[in-house]
Every structure is written in C-alpha cells, then in structure tokens.
Design a protein around this ligand. Sequence first.
Ligand code: WT7
Length: 687
Amino acid sequence: MSNSDSFSVTLKENRRFEVPPAFAAQANVKAEERARLVEIGRKDPEGYWASVARELKWRKPFTRVLEWNAPFAKWFVDGRLNASENCLDRHLEKDGDKTAILWEGEPGGESVRWTYKELHARVVAQTAALRKLGLKKGDTVAIYMPLVPEGVVAMLACARGGFPHTVVFGGFSAESLKDRMHDAGAKAVLTADYGWRKGVKVALRDQVVKALTGGNPGATGGTSTVKHVLTLKRESVGGAGRAPAEALLGKIGTADEYDWYAVANTVEPSKRAVLGAAEEVEAEHPLYILYTSGTTGKPKGIVHSTGGYLAGVTRTTRDVFDLKPSDLYWCTADIGWVTGHSYVVYGPLSLGASVFLYEGAPTTPGADRFWDMIERHKITVLYTAPTAIRAFMKLGTEWPKKHDLSSLRLLGSVGEPINPEAWMWYRDVIGDGKCPIVDTYWQTETGAIVISPLPGAVATKPGSATLPLPGYDVDVLDKEGKSVPLGQGGRLVIRKPWPSMARTVHGDPERFKKTYFSEFKDGIYFTGDGARRDEDGYVWILGRVDDVLNVSGHRLGTMEIESSLVAHPKVAEAAVVGRPDELKGQAVVAFVSLKAEFAKALKESGGQDQAAAKALKDELRAHVAKEIGSFARPEDVRFADGLPKTRSGKIMRRLLRELATSGEVKGDTTTLEDLNVIAALKAGDEE
Ligand code: WT7
C-alpha cells in the first residue's frame, strides 16, 4: 500500500472517534485547557514556550526567550541547566524509590529494575569514569550499544558531563559507524560485546574494532579521534557479576579499551559525587548529534540543544502520552533513533515516569512476546510503529488474544503514515476499543512531536495525525509559498521556530540552511513531507516529497544507497527508488547498470533472470548491507543497459518508481532491460 493509497482509503472511510468521556475526565489536558494553550501558542508562541521551559530545573533561569537569526535559533539563551540533572536529580527527593527503568533482555528470565536513586548512582559513576579518562565539556562521545539499561546510562552520563553524544543504531555497519564517529570527532565510544536479537548474538564490539582498525586489529595508524573504548560485557548488564580487577583491557587500534563496570570502579566511592557532578551548561549547549539520511549520499548530523530540546520533549511527553505517576510507559523504539532519544530517555525521565525497556525482537521466542510483557508488567501506555502493527496484524489476532491487555490505557504510533486498517486493528484488538490512539507526526529534526491528538481533547480519525500541538505554527503551502485551501495537497511547513528544533547540521550550517530553509523564504521550515488538511483542519501526511525513503519507519536516502552501489567495482551507475510494501511501508528497489565488461558477461550468461545474474544481485544486496546496515539492503535489484534520463541528464525517478511498482517492464530477459526506449517515450513528462 502506498501512502497515497492509504490516504484515499481513509478519505472514503472518514471515520471519527470522539474522546472517550472516561479518558477525557482524567486527562492531563482537557478540551478547554487545550483550547487555552492553542490560543496562547498562537498569540504569543514565545510566552507559551517560556512557560513550558520554566517547568524544567534551571541552575540559572533564563531571561531571554528567543534569538532568531533565521534559520538559526537560540532559545532560553542565557539560562543554564543540565539535562541529566533534570532527568534524575530533581526526582530524587520525592521519587527516589520509584522505578525509573524496568528492562527485559531478549533471553527469558533476564530483567533489571532500577529506581531513580539507582539510575542516578550509575550515571554519576559513569560520568566520573569518563571524566577520569580525561573527557571534558564539549567532547563528543559515540554510543553503539544494544538496548540495555546501560545504553540509557551512557546517554545520561554524557549529558551529565556536557559531552554531546552521538548514538549510532546497533544495526549500522562498521563503515557507517566509522563515518559517524569521524564526522562527529568522537573522543570515546561506548559499546558492548554483544546484544540479543531474534535469538542471535549481535556482536557490536567487533564492528567497533573494524571501524577503528579497518578490520586489522594490529593496525595503529589512521585518523581516528577515538581515544577510549568502554566495553560492557553483556553478562554484566544491570551490574551483574563481578567486574574484572583490571579496568584496562588492551588496545583497539590506537584507543585504550576499558571494561564498563571496572572503569567506573576506578573512581573511589568517596570521589564519585564530585567527579560525577552535573556540569552546568548553557541552554544552547549541544546535547547530542544524531545522524539521519537526507537527499545526498552523506548522512547529516542533526544537532540538538539542551534547554529548548528538553522543554519540547518534556511537555509533549506529558501532554501527548497523558503520563501519570502510576503509569508504566513503553516506547518500543531503539535508543539509536530519535524516538529513543526523545520518548524513551529524555522526555519520560525528565517527567519522572517509569519506563519499560525491551532488548530484542517482537516475536522472540514467540509471536506473543510483546503481549506477554504487557500482561506480566501491566504496561499502561504503548508507543510503537505502524510497520510493527502491520506485522502483528499479519501474525493474527490469536497472539494478543492469549493475553490480558486490560492494563493498557493509551496507544501511540510513529514513524510513517499509519494506514486506517492498521489503525483500526490497533484500536480494536490491542486497545479493546477503549484506548485513544495518538498518531504522532514529527522528525529527527523537529526533536519533539509536532502534530498529534491530545488524547483527552481531540477526536481522532484513523490515518490522520490530527492537529498541530500548541505552540507550533504548521501550514501547508504550494510551490509559491501560499497556503493551500483545505482539501488540497501541498508541502508541510512550520512557519515559526520552536524550542526543540534542530540547531544545525554538524559541521555544515550551509547544508542546514539549504535543506530546510531554502524551499521557502522568511525562515519557514520545510519538513520534506507532503500533506493535506481536511474540512476540520486535520492533517493527513502524504509521505516524503524528496528522495528520502521510509522503510519500516526508518529513514533512508536513495542517494546514500546509490553511492554505496556505485562504490562496488562492477557497478557503473545506480538509481534507487521506493516501492510500496505492505509491511515495511516502502521497500528499496535498485536499478543498476554494470560496467561494460560485466554487462557483457551477464548477457552472455543468459541475462537478468539466470543464475549468474541472481548471484550478482545477491552480491550487490549484501554489499549495501555491509556498507550501510542490513536494514538498507535492497529488496530487489534490476539490471539495465542504461538508466533512463531526461534530455538534461536527470535520472527519471518517477518512471523508475512506476516500473518498480508495477513490475511491468521486464524487457527481453536475454538482454538487460532497455530502459532507454521507455525513457525516450516518457522524456517529455519529467522535464
Ligand atoms: C519522517 C521522519 C519521528 C520519529 C521517527 C521517524 C515520517 C514520522 C509520522 C506520522 C506520517 C510520519 C515523515 C517524517 N513520519 N511520523 N505519524 N505520520 N509520517 O523519524 O527518521 O526523522 O523520519 O517520518 O515522513 O518526515 P525520522
């Protein structure tokens, strides 16, 4: 199903669900309150966001709210604070014994429960260890870890020391890890020997070794900035077992490798509090850099601030997820994605919530793993992705039906447009028809949720993220920058700055400007998404209008995959497009033209569908998986004699998308696809 298909289905259905009265009665934001906030947000957005930010703990309160030198924003400029202090210390007095994190490993029987006091102590110890190794405010630290509680400790320990972190999702290859560490100038990397996924050990440290030594552990040269590696042993997750007496494990390239727990033990307990104290940083101090795909071959390091970011995520967590002190909240995202940053770690912990974490795959050991955990732990709020919901739908209702899911009171969705069928299934089967659904639209760049129902105040429609949250000036524009009338499609923009917006692209402010602020003038932020508003002003996201794919809720740049393909010695040219996919949203299809000698050999061996061609397709698919990560592996590779181009030499992507989708043009299998014939016919269309 394509985004536009789901849209038309939705329009036909046009169902609407009012807020359940019982939910509304207890909601953090009721209808009148929402109306009031929306009004303040419209009349005085700076005043609105200042009141939001005042709910944080400031070491030095801000007096200036916004400095806007479009497209560069500074919020709460003269204020000073620390993100980890907001997520930990400020809860200790009242909620020190409350559960901060409840974690389950993928293998059965493994769990960790840490109170706020315990999480605080571990973060302090790790900050102290990092400082002892010589890290200073402003030094960047890479985190490449499985979803274990220490992953959260890693992020908060960096935040505590004022070390901007860059978390690299564990599914990324050594190559991608290396590029990101290099671009960010990471001084240290925090990793683990392995994590569990689908019953298999995923060796992360091995990738770190490859990234730092090019696969040659004896190598010492290289330009790596990484001086320290902290490795967590998977067996010692949660602090189990005894840390080795010797903290220093050896060398990886030119970096020293330390045992995660042993290195923390090198700081005497009496010195921990001082060495692990929270660094007071300015509101604009970068909290983290997170790499995300764009329309060029090189991922962008999105930079987020401390004060503005924290204000945005704290408020949206409270309002959108309606969190209460008694909730056990579960966002299924990995800490390697922005959802993990904003809605696993910083938002919920800053609110003092109890957060559930699960390491592994949804169907290990059985197809009911999620539902089993929800029942056992009485999880109350679940936030997951449409691709997961569709996969569960396919597995059948018998799996959730085996469990008592009555603890759930709110369901959330994020990452891609949710098709109404999946929305209805989520509502009826998982939520038993009683839980409101919040379809939350946002991006790595927005830092926090932008469009979403407030569950106690806004009626929902399956497939629509509904209305912008208070404080955001969202609009849908035509190419000339004029607002389009309701019912008409256009480009989704945010007209005014907001506190949790990205501050820049690390090391490349020009790219920041060009990517997000050049489509329209006057500091209007362009999301890259198409959207339409219905007669009630509800926003329906139509998907990306740029060359960015959304595969299982993960963003992939077509150019990124193309650059990886052309780096293969047999490839002359490559064009990558998305094909609608029932489960993943989009699947990656690569059109490849080979260098002459290989193309000739392939033709002689019988063409596109013969064994030799199939082997080469697999080789290319594996190549991309190795270069970027397995989630970028093309679903399909098609060989073509040449790629279809317009007369001005632009690859005709729309044509390729059509071909990938319909599968119509197979060509003569004894030759390779002659796309140029079709291109010649269609050339007029795309120029
Ligand atoms: C892109 C951002 C936001 C965290 C996860 C993805 C798409 C995201 C929705 C939604 C329709 C959505 C957009 C957006 N997207 N949420 N609720 N409905 N589309 O973050 O990797 O930065 O991707 O995901 O296309 O631009 P990301």
